[in-house]
Design a protein around this ligand. Structure first.
Ligand SMILES: [Zn+2]
Length: 157
């Protein structure tokens, strides 16, 4: 979580970068499956480009939220902050515009956990982490749990 790549605002992908982006999918899929994540943003694997991969294999390029429902509390975690979770405010329905793996423009509505995952990933692409939106005290508790998790994992190695 202290990697500077996670604080970068990722610039849009251009059509001529598609082959490069697609070449990253096997490795990103492996990480997603290993860590059992809902989605994985490019800058989580050190690539400063505006795309993410969903668990179902869907590649979401240059996403933009064009409609957003009311915010509700949601308990979420992040592969870049393992071992902990926290409550955020997320919309349960969103409409997104993005480019697919063929660079076709898609507009689609998402609900529930997928809608939350997409908001989480777009935050990543804007250099934000879910803990940023928490009150300092809450954030401290969440990050404390994360640090304890890392310590324990270090000892088990
Ligand atoms: Zn995350």
């Amino acid at each position: 979580m202290n990697d500077p790549a996670l604080r970068e605002v990722c610039p849009p992908v251009t059509q001529d970068e598609l082959d490069y982006i697609k070449s990253l999918i096997p490795e990103m899929t492996k990480i997603l499956n290993q860590e059992d994540g809902a989605a994985l943003a490019a800058n989580q694997v050190g690539v400063i480009k505006r795309f993410f991969l969903m668990k179902d294999g869907k590649l979401i390029i240059n996403p933009e939220i064009i409609e957003i429902g009311p915010l509700k509390p949601f308990e979420e975690g992040c592969l870049s902050i393992p071992g902990t979770s926290g409550t955020t405010q997320r919309a349960q329905t969103i409409k997104v515009k993005y480019r697919d793996e063929n660079f076709n423009e898609i507009e689609i509505e998402y609900k529930g956990i997928e809608a939350v995952a997409i908001q989480h990933e777009i935050d990543h692409l804007d250099g934000k982490l879910y803990t940023d939106q928490m009150q300092p005290m809450r954030r401290m508790l969440v990050l404390d749990k994360h640090r304890k998790f890392l310590k324990l994992r270090g000892r088990q190695r």
